[in-house]
Write a protein that binds this ligand. Sequence first.
Ligand SMILES: [Zn+2]
Length: 485
Amino acid sequence: MENISHHSPNTSYSFETLLTPNGWRKNARLEVDARGRVTALELDVHRQRADIHIPGAACPGIPNLHSHSFQRAIAGLTSTRRRGSEDHFWTWRTEMYKAALLLSPEDVAAIAAQCFLEMIYSGYTSVAEFHYLHRAPNGEPYEQLSELSEAVIQASLKVGLPITHLPVLYRWSGVGSSPLLEEQRRFALTLDEYALLIEQLDDRYRDEPRVKVGIAPHSLRAVSPYELSVITDPYFAPHRHQDVRPVHIHIAEQMAEVHMWREHTGQRPIEWLLDQCEVDQRWCLVHSTHVSDEEMSKLANSGVTVGLCPSTEADLGDGIFPLVDYLELGGEYGIGSDSNLRINPAEELRLLEWGQRLHHQQRNLAFSKRVTSQIQGESSDHIYDSLGQSLMLTAARGGGRAVARETGFKLGCWADWFTLDPKDVGLYAAHDHRWSDQWVFAQRRMGVNDVYIGGSRVIYEGRHPLEEEINRDYRAAITRLHERS
Ligand SMILES: [Zn+2]
């Protein structure tokens, strides 16, 4: 098996079938520069001798716009309920905090590597890691401020999954600046430490195109209005080494949070944020589940990406985002695996659509107007629209904006793609747009064959060269965790 390697300048590829922003096309050629970006794309052309041939059906990589990799360690361990009690987001959080207090830097790295490996196996080609573990289990700072950030970033590089690392500012436990709880002691950073951490990571990874650094106020309850305005100011940490500096925040995930915020400020959380900050294309509003019609139309016009995490939102009993109405207004979204209970972008897209079907009692609903018009613009077959195609293209586009690494077989995008697995029985009937419909709705085994990142092959016929080592380290970390708990 070959190692993960970087190709020489301007590599060319020929594709049999691929999903472009204008829909499925056949016989295409792509040129990719030394950094891994698309510099030329030709359609309906013959293969050339020097081309690397990509057989089968190729899809743009799906960015994972929201992850807490360490939570992979508690997947499937929070489904027991104390008799006679209620279980909800806040009780789940108590369980999650217990695990967070037990992890060493070595554990954090091993769990992240396993989590990222599963991501790249499933069709995610980048991850925005919303990272709030900064201090040692006893609450003391590590000698290196970036100890745990480094553990996570190094895990992503080991796997070969590009990362948008989002160090989180988590200053307070609740609205009105109440101090962090004892069990939140690992999250603490001062504003100065936060600025220093961003600067250190920027410097360290300035020449690594697979690492980007963004800004993440945890939520409105976890930072003061002053702190929020400081860290989201474009001049707080100017992006010298990357195209943009993304800003991500959790918002309006739980009704309790909406009520609390309204009591405190007289406004709903999203309404308040849009009034206080210049929310634009840099921003990703994670969840936004409980959004009013007025907030939704402002969101759609602001250029933000809404970060939807359907499997986690279902698992935590959060609620259902009004996606059909939002898409009607032209809003953008991407998907995230959040708690990493499930890691599979096709499953997220399917759940997203199914939630809307259950709510509206109709089928085939979550079409993005923007994406559909782009496809119709060039297609001769515009009597029917493929939902799988629209879901994949919309998630690739919105996710790419949110993680600041756009994918999608067009000029300037990163050459991140995966090919569909012809051996997956769920894809046996696939051809043309049916590839994406079957992948989203009928795949049986992830449906992913090869994965390319920046034009370099990282997954070979469903296999990563370091799989065994990563699995072994993960098992050791989980064993240590259970011995300690
Ligand atoms: Zn989250």
